[in-house]
Write a protein that binds this ligand. Structure first.
Ligand code: GTP
Length: 599
């Protein structure tokens, strides 16, 4: 397809504003998939492919559209991930487009994610087409939302499209607007050194990594020896294709086009998002801009609750990493937990996804220690140490100061909740930056906050204090010195490493009290009294006592039903497997997970 008949676009929206529904409608309206087929056949097709071991991500779709000018256009829809943890991937997907649809729920208005996504689109110089969605809802106020977008984002909304993705209203207008308003890709085919931008990749067990890319200059052919300009790896293209939206093989792809390739690449880390593909025989002199290595921001320890599963865990993490270049892990030994791994993630959601996949898909029973951000510890000797594990924080005597990562937080909320949300931000050591009325009813609040205070339960708290109405977005803004200390937890006078946390000195008492209280509830009683303490160095800041028990599980089995007794004892034994011994005390798995969110 010549570039002038191609349009590359994506859809940006706040969560639940209707991005997926609109994407489906566009596929249906252009007959890329049939309505009925959508559910049935199409998904079946995916199953079939899964059986044949082909991993195809539905992250792009090529549609054929005959516009009002009578011309047939190829519209490439490029999907963007929907969560802040994956902001870098979003920005690379947008970099592969010339324009985007900005979907805003006409009953809700601009939200934090709308803002963040629009900024990313602006940074990438995209043509933005505002779409006011859900106009079928009785509560829809398209005029108010139109003004809001103009005032808040400074976007011209005179040609905003009124639509209902659900009822199929405005879809034709959207398709026409894509053709008319989004510029075609530059015609960089002839006399250009080949360059293509990787915006996604997925591991396939049979063909190696499937790389998704946008050709910006020149062309790619099956059999070409390609080089990745940042990782310097070389591969030969086995297969090239497009998604329509089922995979269709092609022999070559030209500048302006979007597609996928396989080239026996072993791990996604060898073909990272943001890297530039070029030809070995005639390499481009400059890579496409914007390449950054994924940097884990949150770390935790992962230990198999059954020590025998250590090797299984290593293998499972290795497999997940093939498909996730942002996941890092290295072996860690803890006196209390035995052998495990210190793992790094983009954020808390990323961590939860990995944890769940390990337990579900790989059947490894895990104990996960408190997540922590990456601190910098300046030592008295003038050196700086990076601390990803609270237990490794140098002692007070050796260290000069500690720095912690900060982020800029943007909250959008109905004005009624401004008070409670300011309280929340202040309680989390936030520095107030700015407050602005978006409209009469809605306000944005901007705070600089320590990342450590955000990655725990900030989002949950924000939602509960605003009855679900507020939204938030944040990005990291560098390091700052803080008065931080390591809070150790001692159970029966033994330090339990995995429960150690780095906290602000002012919060040590509150966190210590909450932690010890929580542990008292979840640790089963023993034959003897157990002290539970939180301490900074040798100074105890909070303590609780777990009194001795009398309970005998078989006591209930009055009489001699021996089989019942056995069953109960067996159940108790199974319960034991999920506990960890600390000295003479068994600490259940729940103790580790339930305290994750105490702050
Ligand atoms: P995520 O995938 O979670 O990011 O959400 P999304 O932005 O893709 O939204 P999605 O398309 O899943 O729609 C969210 C909800 O809004 C669903 O329940 C849809 O049925 C509903 N919805 C989407 N478009 C419309 C619309 O035009 N009118 C009405 N009434 N509901 C809609």
């Amino acid at each position: 397809v010549p570039p002038k008949y191609i349009r590359n676009f994506s859809i940006i929206a706040h969560i639940d504003h209707g991005k997926s529904t609109l994407a489906d409608q566009l596929l249906i309206q252009t007959k890329t998939v049939m309505d009925r087929e959508m559910q049935a056949q199409f998904l079946d097709g995916m199953d079939l492919e899964r059986e044949r071991g082909i991993t195809i991500k539905l992250n792009q779709a090529r549609m054929k559209y005959t516009a009002n000018d009578g011309q047939v256009y190829a519209l490439n829809l490029i999907d963007t991930p929907g969560h802040v943890d994956f902001n870098y991937e979003v920005s690379r997907s947008l970099a592969a487009c010339e324009g985007c649809l900005l979907v805003v729920d006409a009953a809700q208005g601009v939200e934090a994610q709308t803002l963040a996504n629009v900024y990313l689109a602006m940074e990438n110089d995209l043509e933005i087409i505002p779409v006011l969605n859900k106009i079928d809802l009785p509560g829809a106020e398209p005029e108010r939302v139109r003004r809001e977008i103009e005032e808040v984002l400074g976007l011209d909304c005179s040609r905003a499209i009124l639509a209902s993705a659900k009822a199929g209203i405005g879809i034709e207008d959207i398709l026409e607007a894509i053709v008319e308003r989004i510029p075609p890709p530059a015609d960089n085919i002839a006399d250009h050194e080949t360059r293509a931008l990787i915006f996604d990749s997925a591991y396939d067990p049979y063909r190696g990594v499937i790389v998704y890319f946008r050709v910006t200059d020149g062309e790619l052919n099956v059999g070409d020896r390609v080089m990745l300009m940042n990782t310097r790896k070389e591969h030969i293209i086995d297969e090239l294709g497009v998604l329509a939206p089922k995979p269709v093989n092609v022999d070559r792809l030209f500048a302006g086009e979007v597609g996928w390739l396989s080239a026996s690449i072993k791990a996604v880390a060898d073909a990272r998002v943001g890297d530039t593909i070029t030809l070995k025989k005639n390499p481009a002199s400059q890579a496409l801009p914007g390449y950054t290595e994924a940097k884990p921001m949150v770390f935790c320890g992962m230990f198999p609750s059954d020590g025998d599963q250590f090797e299984d865990l290593r293998e499972a993490l290795g497999k997940l990493q093939l498909n996730d270049s942002a996941l890092s892990f290295e072996p860690e030994v803890s006196s209390a937990m035995g052998f495990g791994f210190r793992c790094g993630f983009l954020g808390l959601l990323h961590m939860e996804i990995v944890q769940e996949r390990l337990e579900r898909e790989y059947d490894v029973d895990l104990i996960v220690t408190s997540p922590t951000v990456v601190y910098r510890c300046n030592l008295a000797k003038g050196e700086t140490m990076v601390v990803q594990n609270p237990t490794l924080l140098p002692d007070a005597g050796v260290r000069e100061s500690i720095e912690e990562p900060y982020c800029r937080m943007e909250i959008i909320t109905p004005k009624d909740f401004v008070g409670p949300l300011m309280e929340l931000s202040q309680a989390r050591r936030g520095d107030f930056v700015d407050m602005q009325f978006l409209t009469e009813a809605r306000t944005t609040l901007i705070y600089n906050l320590p990342l450590a205070e955000v990655v725990t339960d900030f989002f949950d708290e924000l939602k509960s204090r605003s009855r679900g109405y507020a939204s938030m977005e944040y990005h990291q803004i560098g390091y700052r010195k803080s008065d931080l200390v390591r809070l150790d937890i001692k159970i029966n006078n033994e330090t339990v490493d995995p429960l150690a946390q780095i906290v602000h000195r002012d919060a040590a008492f509150r966190v210590g009290k909450a932690l010890t209280g929580r542990l008292r509830e979840v640790i089963p009683r023993q034959q003897f009294k157990i002290p539970i303490q939180a301490a900074i160095g040798v100074k105890v800041v909070a303590s609780e006592n777990l009194s001795a028990m009398r309970k005998d599980v078989t006591a209930k089995c009055y009489g001699g039903d021996i089989s019942r007794k056995k069953k109960l004892l067996k159940k108790q034994a199974a319960g034991k497997k999920r506990m960890k011994m600390f000295g003479k005390v068994e600490v259940p798995k729940e103790a580790f997970t339930s305290i994750l969110k105490i702050n």
